[in-house]
Write a protein of this length. Structure first.
Length: 714
């Protein structure tokens, strides 16, 4: 498998150096020049130029000590320090025979390429769409002491047929032979990027000294990578990853599989979150897929299995911030004309995390659909769930079935232009089967919404910010909901397996929005909303300049003991340009001052030389952090980045990372990094590493801030 990957990688290197002197028709307006007088021979059929001769066409430039051009055949013979240039490709040779009308050529003792790719060949021949290299050496960059290259007797490529054929080849690092590749032929594919490899050594204060080697391969829709870590005190960690992205006329599919496995050789393995001893065979496997077919069918799957609660923290520490709460679920849905059907399942993939399984959860949603009478619109929902609660040993603690049925009628009334009044009435029935007993609860809800929509076009022109016109849309809304329990014990009296947790986002408004929740409460609620959107236009394209959503929920205590709050929720995003953005999100209880969520972010980037991100995050009084991340290209070879997470309550850096990346004159990249974490029992550690990677087609890793990706999702 690795041999095949190496073949494909270096074939891409060769494919990429095609000179693009295609068989397209060249202009007959040719200019032949030289320092010495031009010689006309054979009744002016042959024209010869000597001493710094040049033949210039519409799309090429030929330079040589001497150029002879035959007007009848269109053949130009260039000898002595020959150079042929077209677009960004250049060919140097002792002799080149070029047919100016077809673009065909034969080059002797040649070298050149398209930067940064470089080749050396005894002969290169172009005939129509077919290009042939004989006795060729292909480099990823300019030849050097450690520059990877391969050497082959014969390579042929057909642009029209998108095929290639290569004879057996030698794979070398500089002049050192490292492998032999067999002959191979097949189809050329767009997106064949090749291989990237990394070798790294470092030390972790928790895991000790380690060595790391990784290999990544990209080919069109497929990305495959494998990382091997050797820990002196813990053993070998193997971490494979596969990504597959496919698109078709009316759909797409994105899949990703990653995992790790280690035979842990530590003397003291420790215990997991349940107090059980770790197994020496430890690992994890995560799979996710999202697909859409024919604009109707959609599927989403997420499977996250881990052998123990600490495998991520112990060996894949950089994954921890985005893998603290694991889930395994799958959904298949069909979107029809005015209705949606979905089948959902959630299960406990491992034992060390308590989960509420839903096997299955069925949803049928209809509407809103206009009725033929009185301008009414109807919506309905029907859900069935088979629920099982498991503890962190995988044991079943509670099992029951739940059926929810809801129906809603609403009547939009257009009072005047941009002003709509919508009264509504909804009904929800909940039926719980606990096995030994049953419970039925019924709710109704009366609602009234007033919406006012405005829009205007603002004539504004600013070339610096690339804005030629601004469109502003604004919406004011007032919504009232009165939800009452008609009969039954009520959700608060029914055994609930889903814990009632604080909602960090905008709470549901309508009764039917609770169709998959066991906790439905009586309430009287007035919601005020104000939404703004500014769109900027430039060169027939538009982008969002500002988006603002603000809602204020004012509750009136209703019968029962369920808690109420008056919450203010705001979400603001400002993007005046591509290199600057500001985002703010906040939810607060006005009555008590309780903070549910505060997150602010400021981002700068020019896409090439530097970028920075500053964020603040606080929620539920458990977190109070500021985060900074920045990167800068110091010169064409040296890049730097730094990121830090500061705990404002404890006044110390709970996480920071610094990195330098140096690109050699060839295809190799050195990187130096140091990372420190502290503040928790499992994460107090310092790690440093020195790495050497084969750059190849590797993108600049410092083009975006690295570190805690979960900060940006808050």
């Amino acid at each position: 498998m690795i041999r095949l990957l190496l073949i494909l990688f270096f074939l891409k290197s060769l494919i990429a150096v095609h000179l693009v002197f295609g068989a397209d028709e060249l202009s007959h307006e040719l200019i032949l020049e030289s320092k010495e007088p031009i010689i006309y021979e054979d009744d002016n059929t042959t024209i010869t130029a000597k001493d710094d001769a040049s033949l210039r066409g519409k799309e090429f430039l030929l330079l040589a000590d001497q150029i002879s051009w035959n007007r009848t055949t269109g053949e130009a013979i260039a000898t002595g320090s020959v150079s042929l240039t077209k677009n960004n490709s250049r060919l140097l040779a002792d002799q080149i025979n070029l047919w100016t009308e077809t673009g065909n050529f034969i080059a002797k003792n040649s070298k050149g390429g398209t930067p940064p790719k470089f080749f050396i060949a005894d002969e290169i021949e172009r005939n129509g769409s077919v290009e042939t290299y004989r006795n060729a050496k292909v480099y990823m960059s300019e030849p050097g002491f450690l520059e990877p290259n391969f050497r082959t007797r014969l390579y042929t490529s057909d642009d029209n047929a998108s095929t290639f054929k290569i004879a057996p080849s030698q794979l070398r690092i500089g002049n050192v032979l490292v492998g032999v590749l067999p002959g191979y032929s097949g189809k050329k594919r767009s997106g064949l990027w090749g291989l990237n490899s990394v070798v790294k050594i470092g030390k972790d204060s928790t895991l000790g000294w380690y060595g790391e080697s990784s290999l990544r391969y990209n080919w069109k829709d497929l990305t495959a990578s494998t990382k091997i870590n050797y820990y002196q005190e813990r053993g070998i960690l193997l971490s494979p990853q596969l990504k597959l992205t496919q698109t078709w006329g009316n759909g797409f599919s994105n899949s990703q599989l990653n995992g790790s496995w280690v035979y842990d050789q530590a003397d003291q393995l420790g215990r997991d979150a349940r107090g059980l001893l770790f197994s020496r065979n430890r690992g994890h496997a995560h799979f996710r897929n999202t697909s859409r077919t024919r604009d109707r069918w959609r599927s989403a799957t997420l499977i996250e299995w881990e052998s123990d609660s600490e495998i991520i923290r112990d060996f894949r520490r950089s994954f921890f911030y985005s893998n603290q709460w694991n889930q395994s679920h799958s959904e298949l849905s069909y979107e029809g004309d005015g209705y949606t059907i979905s089948v959902f399942g959630r299960w406990q993939a491992h034992d060390h995390e308590s989960t509420v399984e839903q096997l299955p959860l069925l949803n049928l949603d209809f509407g809103p659909r206009r009725l033929p009478v009185l301008g009414l619109h109807q919506s309905s929902t029907l859900t069935y769930a088979n629920l099982t609660q498991r503890n962190h040993f995988g044991q079943k603690k509670l099992k029951f079935q739940r059926l929810n049925a809801g129906y809603k009628l609403e009547r939009p009334i257009h009072l005047t232009r941009g002003l709509t009044l919508t009264p509504s009435a909804a009904f929800l029935a909940q039926d719980f089967d606990l096995g030994t007993s049953a419970s039925k609860t019924y709710f109704d809800e009366l609602g009234l919404d007033l919406h006012s929509s405005l829009h205007q076009s603002i004539p504004y022109n600013n070339e610096t910010w690339e804005i030629s016109e601004i469109l502003h849309t604004m919406n004011f809304s007032v919504g009232f909901r009165n939800t009452e329990r008609l009969s039954g014990p009520g959700s608060i009296d029914v055994v609930k397996v889903f814990p009632v947790v604080d909602d960090l986002n905008l709470a549901p408004l309508d009764l039917l929005d609770h169709r998959n929740s066991e906790a439905v409460f009586d309430k009287k609620l007035i919601r005020f909303g104000w939404q703004n959107l500014f769109l900027g236009k430039w060169d027939d394209r538009s982008r969002t300049l500002l988006s603002m959503n603000t809602f204020y929920d004012m509750h009136k205590r209703h019968k029962g003991d369920n808690p109420t709050m008056d919450s203010l929720y705001s979400d603001i995003s400002i993007h005046p340009s591509h290199w600057f953005s500001l985002s703010m999100r906040q939810k607060t209880d006005i009555k008590t001052g309780k903070n549910f969520r505060k997150s602010y972010g400021l981002n700068f980037k020019d896409g090439r030389f530097q970028g920075a991100s500053i964020s603040y995050l606080s929620y539920l009084d458990f977190n109070n952090y500021s985060y900074f991340s920045g990167w800068k290209r110091l010169n064409e070879k040296l890049n730097s980045s730094i990121s830090a997470l500061y705990d404002l309550d404890k006044n110390f850096l709970t996480y920071w990372r610094g990195r330098l990346e140096y690109k050699t004159s060839g295809s190799w990249v050195w990187d130096f990094s140091i990372t420190q974490r502290k503040g928790t029992r499992k994460e107090n550690n310092t790690e440093w590493s020195v790495g050497l990677s084969l750059a190849g087609f590797k993108l600049n890793t410092l083009a975006e801030p690295d570190g805690l990706s979960s900060i940006y999702s808050m």
